[in-house]
Ligand binder design. Structure first.
Ligand code: GLN
Length: 441
C-alpha cells in the first residue's frame, strides 16, 4: 500500500478521514503536524504516533492528566528516521495511560472504540494506533509493546502489528514503562508496509545503548519461498483460550497454515503458565522506578502543597489514574527490601526460565504459533476485574520476556470481528518472521 502512495500528496485526504471518523472512534487525541523532508521519497504520506513517543514541539501526554500540557523537547530516533525519508506526522494516538492496560479504557481522553464494532474495546495499550489504521485514518501508525500492546490491539482491530526483537528499534524518545521489555512497533494493513517502515527505523542508535546494528534487509525476505518450516504450538494454548469461537477460529487457522506444507507440532511449555504472574511483578517494578520522574518538579502539572513532600503527593495523587497508581503501588512493594527476594527476584528467575525454554524450542522449531489473545475484544459494559484484564496477555508476554520478534496478523473472522494469530520467531530472525507471515497472510 505505501508504495502505491509514493509520490502522492495524500496528507489532506487522510486528515479528512480523521475529521469524519474520530468523533466516533476517539483514536486521535492531538493533531500537531510535523512535515517530512520534502526531498524524501515518501514525502506527502502521513502517519500517527502513539502519545508516549516524543516529537519536538508537539503535545505528548501519555493519555495522563499529569502530562496534559506537556510538549516534547526532543524527537524520538525512530520518528526522526521516518521524517528524514519524507513521512509526515499528523497527530498522536490515544492509549492506556502510560501504556498500562489492554483495552484503552484507562485514558484521560476516554476509551477508543473498535471500528469493527463500536460497542467493543479497541484493545490496548496502543488502541488508538490500531483503530486509526483499521478505519483508514492513516496507512500506518507507531505503537509501543511491553507485554503485547502493539499485537493485541492489532488483533482486535483487524490489522497487522509487529514487535521487533529487543534492540532492533531505538527506544530513545519513548516514555519508559518497563525498560527491559519495551519496544516500539508498527501497525499497518499488511506485512509489506510493516517491513518497509521497520527497515527505515531499525538499527544502531548511539542514544540508546541497547540498540544493535541490524543489517538484514527485511523487505528482501518478503518474496522468499519458505519450505521445511517447523512450527510449535504450546499445548497451554488449548487450556487458556477462554472462548469457543476463538478456539474454532484458531483450529481453522492451523488447518489453513498446514496447507502451506509446514510441520506443526504441539509442544509443552508449561512455564508459560507463569508468564502473566511474573510480568505483573516485573513490569510494575520497572514502572514504579521509571515513573518516579513525574514529580511535579521536572515534568508535568504541579499541584503545590505545604512543602516538597506535600507537593509530590498532591501532584502524583491528582495526576495519575487508577491503573497507574495500582502499578506504582505493586511495583514499590515488590521492590521494597523486605519483599524483593520473595517477589521481584523470583519473578526474574521465572522470566529466565521462560526465556530459556523458548530458546530450547527454537533449536528445533522456526516459529511458535498462538492466537494473539485468548478472548474476543470485550464489550465496554463487561465488568472486567484487573485480573481478567491481565490474563488477556498470556500469549503476548513471552516474546517480551525473551526479546524475540513477534507479529499478529488477522487470520479470519468471528462474525463481524477479526481474529488475529501470533507468530513468534527466533531472536534477531525478524526478516524470516516477516517473510513467512507475508507468505501465509
Ligand atoms: N496489557 C499489558 C499491560 O497492561 C501490556 C501493556 C503494554 O504492552 N504496554 O501491562
Amino acid at each position: 500500500m505505501l508504495n502505491d502512495l509514493k509520490g502522492k500528496k495524500v496528507i489532506d485526504d487522510y486528515k479528512k478521514i480523521i475529521e469524519d471518523k474520530n468523533e466516533d472512534i476517539n483514536a486521535v487525541i492531538s493533531q500537531d503536524i510535523v512535515y517530512g523532508n520534502s526531498n524524501g521519497d515518501y514525502y506527502g504520506i502521513p502517519f500517527l504516533v502513539k502519545d508516549n513517543i516524543n516529537i519536538l514541539n508537539t503535545s505528548m501526554t501519555c493519555s495522563s492528566k499529569i502530562l496534559k500540557d506537556y510538549r516534547s523537547v526532543y524527537t524520538a530516533t525512530v520518528v526522526e528516521r521516518l521524517i528524514n525519508r519524507g513521512f509526515s506526522v499528523i497527530g498522536k494516538t490515544n492509549m492506556d495511560e502510560f501504556a498500562m492496560g489492554g483495552t484503552n479504557e484507562y485514558s484521560v481522553y476516554g476509551p477508543v472504540k473498535n471500528p469493527l464494532d463500536l460497542n467493543r474495546v479497541s484493545g490496548g495499550s496502543s488502541g488508538g494506533s490500531a483503530a486509526a489504521v483499521s478505519c483508514g485514518m492513516v496507512p500506518f501508525a507507531l505503537g509501543s509493546d511491553t507485554g503485547g500492546s502493539v499485537r493485541q490491539p492489532a488483533s482486535f482491530c483487524g490489522v497487522v502489528g509487529f514487535k521487533p526483537s529487543y534492540g532492533v528499534l531505538s527506544r530513545y524518545g519513548l516514555t519508559a514503562f518497563g525498560s527491559s521489555l519495551d519496544q516500539i512497533g508498527v501497525l499497518a494493513k499488511d506485512v509489506f508496509d510493516v517491513a518497509l517502515i521497520t527497515d527505515i527505523m531499525k538499527g544502531k542508535d548511539e542514544k540508546d545503548s541497547t540498540t544493535i546494528s541490524f543489517e538484514e534487509n527485511l523487505m528482501e525476505y518478503l518474496n522468499k519461498d519458505f519450505s521445511d518450516i517447523k512450527i510449535a504450538i504450546p499445548s497451554i494454548v488449548y487450556d487458556k483460550i477462554q472462548n469457543e469461537n476463538v478456539k474454532k477460529a484458531f483450529d481453522n487457522a492451523v488447518n489453513k497454515i498446514k496447507a502451506n506444507k509446514v510441520t506443526i507440532d504441539i509442544v509443552d511449555i508449561p512455564e508459560m503458565e507463569y508468564s502473566v504472574a511474573a510480568y505483573y511483578i516485573i513490569a510494575p517494578s520497572e514502572a514504579s522506578s521509571n515513573l518516579s520522574r513525574f514529580d511535579g518538579a521536572r515534568y508535568g502539572n504541579r499541584i503545590d502543597g505545604e512543602g516538597l513532600t506535600d507537593m509530590y503527593k498532591n501532584t502524583r495523587n491528582n495526576g495519575f489514574g487508577i491503573e497507574v497508581k495500582r502499578r506504582i503501588l505493586m511495583g514499590t512493594f515488590t521492590l521494597s527490601s523486605a519483599y524483593y527476594d520473595a517477589y521481584f527476584s523470583k519473578a526474574m528467575k521465572v522470566r529466565n526460565l521462560i526465556k530459556t525454554k523458548i530458546e530450547e524450542i527454537f533449536k528445533e522449531y522456526d516459529f511458535i504459533l498462538t492466537p494473539t489473545a485468548p478472548v474476543l475484544p470485550p464489550k465496554f459494559d463487561e465488568k472486567l476485574s484487573p485480573l481478567d484484564r491481565y490474563l488477556m496477555d498470556i500469549f503476548t508476554i513471552p516474546a517480551n520476556f525473551a526479546g524475540t520478534p513477534a507479529i499478529s496478523v488477522p487470520f479470519g473472522n468471528i462474525d463481524h470481528l477479526s481474529f488475529g494469530i501470533q507468530f513468534m520467531g527466533r531472536r534477531l530472525e525478524d526478516a524470516k518472521l516477516l517473510g513467512f507471515a507475508n507468505q501465509i497472510f
